[in-house]
Design a protein around this ligand. Structure first.
Ligand code: TMP
Length: 205
């Protein structure tokens, strides 16, 4: 089963994933956590280029293509083989991040972006995607407190508002694949809600 976590900046995905992995392993599942961009040696090198503060001149189309290059690699090298072996792959971001950030955020043509994603992934779509939804200002405040600054953090608040709106639109368009958890709640409640969503999806599959 292929499960992805998505959300705007500061939504806390990365802090929740190790605990979700532990929860699923205790239930007896074989789980492989990964992250995008990255998750392979080639992907981590691409991540460096995308995040590097000195690459200020990067065009949104360049950014979009670099994400797809990293994604093509992780899909073929990691995700497909693990899924074929019957494992759960739990990814911190995937293709929906490109639709939210490059599509809605940078206002690139959504149909063209979707076509690039289909090419990069060979059509691999998650079985379940959980949106950790959070107010944009709250998320950006959390982010500046906790994380290292990278080039993408220089985007405006309006950009991040479009990203969140994009996520909410995707959730509305495909409720069978998407679930939402309110990331504005205390950490323990967010973790509990995430576990409930996972348990119910695994119960169905
Ligand atoms: P994160 O490590 O906080 O998840 O940061 C990854 C950044 O990369 C985040 O700002 C979202 C951005 N991103 C995109 O813009 N498009 C993508 O396709 C992916 C995977 C990430």
């Amino acid at each position: 089963m292929f499960i992805t976590l998505e959300g705007p900046e500061g939504s806390g995905k990365t802090s929740h994933i190790p605990h979700l992995v532990e929860y699923l392993r205790e239930k007896g599942y074989i789980v492989f956590p990964t992250r995008e961009p990255g998750g392979t040696s080639i992907g981590e090198q691409i991540r460096e280029v995308i995040h590097d503060l000195k690459n200020v001149e990067m065009h949104p189309r360049t950014e979009t293509l670099l994400y797809q290059a990293a994604r093509a690699q992780i899909v073929e090298q990691v995700i497909r083989p693990r899924l074929a072996a019957g494992e759960i792959v739990l990814s911190d971001r995937y293709a929906d991040s490109t639709i939210a950030y490059q599509g809605y955020g940078h206002q690139q043509d959504l149909e063209q972006v979707r076509a690039l994603i289909r090419y990069a992934t060979g059509g691999l779509v998650p079985d379940l995607t959980i949106l950790l939804d959070l107010d944009v200002e709250v998320g950006l405040k959390r982010k500046t407190r906790q994380d290292e600054w990278n080039r993408l953090d220089a985007y405006t608040v309006d950009f991040h508002r479009r990203v969140r709106a994009g996520y909410l639109e995707m959730l509305k368009l495909d409720p069978a694949r998407w679930s939402v958890v309110d990331a504005g709640q205390p950490w323990e409640q967010v973790q509990a809600d995430l576990r409930t969503v996972l348990a119910s999806a695994l119960g169905r599959s």
